[in-house]
Design a binder for this molecule. Sequence first.
Ligand SMILES: Cc1cc2nc3c(=O)[nH]c(=O)nc-3n(C[C@H](O)[C@H](O)[C@H](O)COP(=O)(O)OP(=O)(O)OC[C@H]3O[C@@H](n4cnc5c(N)ncnc54)[C@H](O)[C@@H]3O)c2cc1C
Length: 388
Amino acid sequence: MRVYPGDGVSDSLAKPDFDVVVIGGGAVGLSVGYHCSLKGYSTAVIERHEQFFEEASTHNSGVIHSGFNPTPGTLKAVLNAEGARMMYEKSEEWRFGTRRTGTIVAAVNRQERQRLLEIKNAGEKNGVTGLKLLTRRELKDIEPGIENATEALYSPDGGVVDITEYLARLKARAANEGAVLASGRGVVSIRGRELVELSLSDREKVTARHIVNSAGMHSDDIAALTGSSYRIYPCVGEYAFVEGEGSELVRGMVYPVVGCGSPGLGIHLTKTYDGLLQVGPTAVYGTGKDPVVWKRTGLEEFIAAIHSFLPSVEPSAVREGWYGVRAKTVPPGGKEGFGDFIIEWDRGGFPAIHLVGIESPGLTSSLAIGNYVARMIAERSGSNPAAL
Ligand SMILES: Cc1cc2nc3c(=O)[nH]c(=O)nc-3n(C[C@H](O)[C@H](O)[C@H](O)COP(=O)(O)OP(=O)(O)OC[C@H]3O[C@@H](n4cnc5c(N)ncnc54)[C@H](O)[C@@H]3O)c2cc1C
């Protein structure tokens, strides 16, 4: 059990009455904790694992999405574009690494051109600036190692983030603002209505005027404790890596057109902040949550995806990587690959905000989501912590 004190607490939650208790210590939960503390609410963030950030927040591609993928008009579209802006801004203020590499979506035939135009159009509606269609030759100037592409869409504001640094700064800022960060104990039951009582796995009890359910994969289980019904479908994304000379063939990020609209964005190539050439993620629905069970992807599938843009890479240079699990609200076989972020007050009147289906681009959007949730609470309490 660990407590990361924001207010001098050493070994337990000690002050068990909070304005806001956030359930889940991922990037989103910590961002909510930071923004609520910034507004003056006494806030605790509770994480079931010994360490924060052990789930999706550290098992992802580390891409700052500029915002052309979400469907225009959705909450995801707004929070993605806003989140990317905030991420670049805070990287200077808080001193964590980001690199604006630009994003390429590469077409391999004339039929894919129409889709590029649609993505560009959606991106412009979402307020993404600088989107440009590139000829094959212009693409070569930006990504000289890429073969087989006929034309491409370029978004200059796509980038990569040093995930470890970002999350460390976020946690420190939340603690500095006074948030109590408690790990190594999960929320097991929720009772009451005016003053909510949360029982934790170490038998401690905490009370809160409002709770924020930011439990990622388990957000539906936490919602069920308040009487609300959602369903999360775990969807695994596996990665591979290219070693040796081949890893120098990509400078930024290259996505295929075909992946757009599937449960993932298609197996793509990303030069990570650490300089690795990362391939993936796949998108395979699994069953169960702790642990998730799924059919593993063979290296051949990664090699085929690499060869569609980098035919010279030797199969022996491709290595298996790690995996992450998406908390999707779209079931297997669903028509749309992605659902919108669900961020809403409990429909049954319970003093809880549920964050459900916070899949990609949840890392990019995390700062904007935290700010949005803190504003929802402020609107309800008239910006006055004492009125909560
Ligand atoms: C393969 C993959 C690739 C991705 N790539 C990108 C990308 O490139 N760019 C991008 O922007 N986004 C990406 N994402 C999405 C991004 O990683 C997530 O949207 C984001 O990390 C979600 O953060 P979170 O805090 O909601 O969830 P999590 O990090 O999963 O945190 C939820 C936390 O809640 C805790 N919890 C659960 N139950 C309880 C309980 N009962 N009590 C206390 N705590 C509990 C969990 O232990 C966990 O730590 C990717 C995701 C995946 C899986």
